[in-house]
Design a protein. Structure first.
Length: 89
C-alpha cells in the first residue's frame, strides 16, 4: 500500500522540527526520524492504529508526544496531519 502525505502533514513535521531544534537540534532529528519510521509501518499495517472520528485513524508515535492522523483510502494511506498530543484534534 502506498503512503501519501498531504501538504499540511509535511508542514506539520517541518514546524515541529523547527520548534524542537531551537532547544535541541539532535532532539528534533530524533523526533522527526521516529515519526517517519512509524509512518513506514502503515504501508504494511494500515489498520494498526486506533480508529478515530470520521474514518480517521490516530497513530501515537512511540517515544514522542506526536500523533499521526491518517485515513485508509483504496490502496493508499493518506497522512492528513502530524500533531503534538497537546493540540486539539
Amino acid at each position: 500500500m502506498n503512503v501519501v502525505w498531504r501538504a499540511r502533514a509535511r508542514r506539520d513535521i517541518e514546524a515541529a522540527f523547527t520548534y524542537i531544534s531551537r532547544e535541541s537540534p539532535s532532539g528534533a532529528q530524533r523526533v522527526q526520524s521516529q515519526i517517519l519510521h512509524s509512518v513506514e509501518f502503515l504501508a504494511e499495517w494500515s489498520e494498526m492504529a486506533r480508529a478515530g472520528r470520521d474514518g480517521f485513524r490516530e497513530l501515537a508515535v512511540p517515544h514522542t508526544k506526536y500523533v499521526v492522523i491518517y485515513r485508509v483510502e483504496a490502496n493508499r494511506v493518506l497522512i492528513h496531519r502530524v500533531m503534538h498530543s497537546s493540540q486539539r484534534r
